[in-house]
Design a protein around this ligand. Sequence first.
Ligand SMILES: [Fe+2]
Length: 198
Amino acid sequence: MTEHELTRRRLLALGLALPPLAALAGSDLFAGELLAATPAIVDDDDPTPAQTEGPYFTPNSPLRRSIIPARAPGTRLTLTGRVLTTAGRPAARALIDFWQADANGAYDNRGYRFRGHQFTDANGRYALTTVVPGLYSGRTRHIHVKVQRRGGPVLTTQLYFPAVAQNRSDSIFRSALLVRNWRKVGSRRAARFDFVLA
Ligand SMILES: [Fe+2]
């Protein structure tokens, strides 16, 4: 049995479930995503490239769609998208685990600040609420992620942001991993990224 399956079984046993994505539709951001005329466009059917895990992954992150600790500073960011197969089919109940630096570029390596996992819905959709990650020495701005469809291998990768000067000097940076549709929504930021799993 995979770790993924164990987690699901444990959650089911505990009677825990995330609120449906529709419950998040109170935000204009998410309503916009849901009402988009063509929400399933994929730029290409190439699998999302893998990247190094880096030194700061912590297993067993909490189940939650917002990874912002109480009163944490930073520009709020909503990242939405889908997990798809290379055939363009949505991966329902795929596990996505996010971790990142806070707005000042610091990781929490003792606890779970800015760490959390969630499962895609029946249409392969996910929604992450976080802050725009800060810069730290030697790296451009990025979010780490592990994605696993049910019974599939784990994809470990990183997501990047457009118009960051350090993208040009970070040897790990890949433009294929830039978030799409990067935009301002009031004082917040929003972006989209669809993961394509081989
Ligand atoms: Fe990192």
